[in-house]
Design a protein around this ligand. Structure first.
Ligand SMILES: [Zn+2]
Length: 306
């Protein structure tokens, strides 16, 4: 009789433990399937157990992301793009993680962002998610290409430009944009000291190419002349409606060929400390990126935190 009751107690305890374990697992899967309505991380009595099930729950998603970062096909600009490696710094910043694109933390942060955008919160990158990122980034831009009044423009010193032989007529930009750019450089001097060369008073050192201005204000007339002269030039140069007309768009040197859209070049740029710093910090100074061109930043003062 006593043996029997010990056996029954053992069975009962085992049963309770099983139920507890499997209900925990289901909770994790249910969160992944159901998107934003449920909190992604539930509070349980043991946070260690939650951490463990969280990361193991996203292991498959993390390896799917690892595999697709060089291979995913998604449409942009009238053609199919391959992979999303170039955009990892921007994506990571947007979803708020510092972890690599093949990690479970990244997959978890991605699923949360997807849920917030009304997408299936899979934690796996796909073409619909890339399209949603593009829409989000594009919505932060100037969204107009009107030319400023002539007194809103100024000429920056040639020393601020990447090309020290640049035409004296090509040094103009909008005044506030220049002030914001210089303020941003002063901050970069603190954070990137040791990676880029700065003078003791926080200016880019002579010979330092990174973060200098490649191109700023371009007039519609100049753009039209360029179109006539070089019909084979890139899409940006041929644009009839360029954000550079505003004087608030800056092409900033972030490595490689300064303004070449070949994937291999953009991948080099996306991995430089200068670019990664801009991704994390430029918005504090009112600058927002054109995601497709790592060098192109637009001053959008209306978006500055008050
Ligand atoms: Zn540009």
């Amino acid at each position: 009789m006593k043996k029997q009751s010990i056996l029954l107690t053992t069975l009962f305890v085992g049963f309770v433990l099983c139920v507890f374990y499997f209900s925990g697992r289901q909770e994790v899967f249910a969160q992944k399937a159901s998107g934003p309505e449920r909190p992604l991380v539930s509070r349980t009595s043991s946070s260690t157990r939650t951490e463990a099930s969280r990361s193991s729950a996203f292991a498959a998603e993390a390896s799917a992301n690892s595999a697709s970062r060089a291979a995913l096909a998604w449409p942009f600009g009238g053609k199919m793009q391959r992979g999303w490696e170039i955009y990892v710094p921007l994506i990571s910043h947007t979803i708020g993680t510092e972890e690599g694109a093949g990690t479970t933390d990244f997959a978890m942060a991605l699923s949360k962002w997807q849920g917030g955008k009304g997408l299936p919160a899979t934690g796996v990158m796909d073409d619909a998610t890339m399209t949603a990122f593009v829409k989000h980034w594009q919505s932060q831009r100037l969204g107009r290409a009107t030319t400023p009044a002539s007194d809103a423009l100024m000429s920056a010193p040639i020393a601020d430009f990447w090309d020290s032989g640049r035409d004296a007529n090509m040094l103009q930009l909008e005044r506030e944009t220049y002030v914001a750019y210089k303020r941003m450089l002063a901050e970069a001097a603190k954070d990137l000291d040791g990676q880029l060369r700065f003078t003791p008073d926080g200016e880019l050192a002579p010979g330092e190419k990174f973060l200098r201005i490649v191109s700023a204000f371009r007039s519609p007339e100049y753009q039209a002349a360029l179109r006539k002269r070089e019909p084979g030039a890139g899409r940006a140069a041929l644009a009839k409606n360029s954000p550079h007309f505003t004087g608030q768009a800056l092409d900033i040197y972030v490595g490689g060929e300064p303004v070449t859209t070949k994937d291999a070049n953009r991948l080099v740029q996306a991995q430089t400390p200068a670019y990664k710093w801009l991704v994390k910090n430029a918005s504090k100074f009112g600058f927002y990126p054109y995601f497709y061109e790592p060098w192109h930043w637009e001053y959008v003062p209306g978006r500055l935190a008050k």
